[in-house]
Design a protein around this ligand. Structure first.
Ligand code: AMP
Length: 586
């Protein structure tokens, strides 16, 4: 079905957008001009994200403005001003210093959306060590993979999360020097320390050390099709992309109140849930609670949110519940709604017009890109179902591989191919930690290959087609099938496991496993439940399979690799495609 474009008339703008004309802005764009809108460390000592996001506002006219408006699960709320955030992050940087943490050491944070997470993130950046967020719904195994692969020296977490998920790992993490407990009154041991006590003892003065824009700032783990999670390294200079996209996509204006619903355990929750709004000196809403339709409507109303960044799964939940927020709540302050993370179906864009009084602006990016690369801009017509057009300073193309080391750009419109970006934008990842070879493989013939399939129409709008690999997107979260398969294989009954993403109308895809059993085990419901529980305990609810099917054996190629593609085609009743590599037809 063809969905008509949504036109926008300047008469309906509450404020003129920062990007008024796409073509003019792209033509005039330079990263140097964006850099000039940031301040830089005093005396030319470089560029540090935390200085740009916190200190420069704290020390200027915005000092008393609320930087973070935190809404707690228990109904409590607290507002942290830029000045207060500077003091708190200074203290945290001093805590790291006192513990002997050095530049470029990794500081992991495993926490829900509590104020300490934000203080630790920005304090770590100030200290020039590396912030590594860990999603609090992960189970012990994904946490272990990330802490050990990331060489984490410090972990910030709560007593409850420590007890449930980290305690069992401590012997396997010799490099983890200290765990800082956000809610412990006193130190528990030499390794297990009370963060409140350390913060109270630390000075609130801190001078940010010289920071090169190329210094590593953030380590984000993301899933691959094969192997364990990959650690994408991002630098302080990424702030240019965060600032630029805050300006042109989020369209931040001085009085905006911004709410990004993503958790900082995922890249959106860090780049836009922490950094971009603070770079612009506006108020950033942080809600501790996960999706709750009524609570979210109340927050939009009571906090006077003007720019909202959310995700397709959440929007589809509203749609399914039949809730039209603008009917029952005063959303007159809401100016822009954005979405990211998975395909935003045209119906959802249209739903926004009816239920929020505003269309939803889809945008595209990924962990490796560090910031938004393709977007529907506020001043631009929306083509429902399209991710929009590339940001100024970003060159995107549809390419096809020709041989090992070359690609050909597909100039013709509406032809499906690999979505590629011209390398060199400031927030581009700089490596996969300890895996430079894998990093290099992403770059072919002068292009970064994103792993997504897409097409571009004659007017330069990009349309998402799918992933080129087996990665699963469930509720907007990326899950690598290999991680799930490895965990299932650790169960004594499992001989083989193959994991796919099964399309789901609400959460995009659900994690589904196919399992063959060792002799002597019966494929019954009791074992199915046991395996689901086994995986949940180790992987956590965000990653574990929701469905498990037993098969006498799984289709494999001649090299003995399980053919997930075929499992998926058979599950969905789709054509099985080329079976020439199949070990034996079943
Ligand atoms: P992550 O690295 O976890 O942020 O996931 C990035 C991936 O999510 C992309 O490579 C896409 O496959 C998918 N994705 C992100 N944004 C969109 C979007 N607007 N439309 C469709 N897929 C998206």
């Amino acid at each position: 079905m063809h969905w008509p474009a949504i036109q926008k008339s300047p008469a309906s703008w509450k404020v003129p957008p920062n990007l008024l004309d796409y073509g003019d802005t792209v033509a005039a764009f330079s990263w140097d001009a964006i850099r000039a809108e940031l301040q830089g460390l005093p005396q030319g000592r470089g560029l540090n994200i935390a200085h740009e996001a916190v200190d420069r506002h704290a020390d200027g006219p915005l000092g008393e403005r609320t930087a973070i408006q935190w809404l707690g699960a228990d109904g409590n709320a607290s507002a942290v001003s830029y000045r207060e955030l500077k003091r708190l992050t200074n203290r945290f940087a001093n805590v790291l210093h006192a513990l002997g943490i050095a530049k470029a050491d990794t500081v992991g944070v495993l926490a829900g959306r509590i104020p300490e997470l934000y203080i630790a993130a920005l304090g770590t950046l100030k200290h020039t060590s590396v912030f590594c967020p860990l999603f609090s719904a992960f189970g012990p195994e994904p946490i272990f993979q990330r802490l050990s692969r990331g060489d984490a020296k410090i972990l910030v977490t709560s007593e409850a999360l420590f007890r449930r998920k980290v305690d069992v790992l401590m012997d396997r993490l010799p490099a983890l020097q200290n765990v800082l407990l956000v809610d412990a009154d006193d130190h528990r041991s030499g390794r297990l320390l009370s963060l409140p006590r350390l913060m109270a003892e630390a000075s609130e003065d801190f001078v940010i050390p010289p920071t090169s824009p190329e210094d590593i700032a953030v380590l984000h783990f993301t899933s691959g099709t094969t192997g364990m999670p990959k650690g994408a390294l991002h630098v302080h200079g990424a702030a240019l992309t965060h600032y630029m996209t805050g300006k042109f996509v989020m369209d931040f204006h001085a009085d905006d109140v911004f709410w990004c619903t993503a958790d900082p355990g995922w890249v959106t929750g860090t780049s836009y849930g922490i950094i971009a709004p603070l770079l612009h000196g506006i108020t950033n809403i942080v809600d501790e609670v996960d999706f709750d339709a009524v609570r979210w409507c109340r927050i939009l109303e009571s906090e006077k949110v003007s720019v909202w960044y959310t995700a397709p799964t959440a929007i589809r939940r509203f749609m399914r519940m039949g809730i039209d927020p603008a009917q029952a709540y005063d959303l007159s302050r809401l100016r822009l709604v954005h979405s990211v993370g998975e395909p935003l179906n045209p119906e959802a864009v249209i739903w926004g017009v009816k239920a929020l009084g505003l269309p939803i602006h889809d945008n595209w990016w990924q962990t490796e890109t560090g910031g938004i690369m393709i977007a529907n801009f506020p001043s631009m017509e929306i083509r429902p179902g399209s991710m929009g057009r590339p940001l100024p300073g970003i060159e995107a193309a549809i390419v096809e591989r020709v041989g090992e080391n070359e690609v050909r750009v597909i100039e013709a419109p509406d032809v499906q191919g690999d979505l590629a970006l011209r390398p060199g934008w400031p927030s581009m990842f700089r490596s996969y930690l300890h895996d430079e070879a894998r990093y290099q493989k992403c770059f072919v013939g002068g292009w970064y290959l994103t792993g997504d399939l897409a097409r571009r129409d004659a007017d330069g709008y990009f349309w998402f087609v799918g992933r080129a690999d087996d990665i699963i997107k469930t509720s907007g979260h990326m899950v690598g099938p290999f991680e799930v398969e490895s965990t299932l294989m650790a169960h004594p009954a499992v001989a083989e496991a193959g994991v796919i993403g099964k399309p789901d109308p609400l959460i995009g895809e659900l994690v589904k496993a196919f399992v063959s059993l060792k002799p002597g085990f019966a494929p019954d419901d009791a074992l199915r439940l046991e395996l689901i529980g086994f995986a949940r305990k180790r992987l956590g609810s965000a990653v574990a399979p929701k469905e498990i099917d037993f098969k006498p054996d799984l289709p494999k190629n001649k090299a003995g690799k399980i053919m997930r593609r075929l499992l998926k085609a058979r599950e969905l009743g789709l054509p099985e495609g080329d079976l020439s590599t199949l070990e034996e037809s079943r």
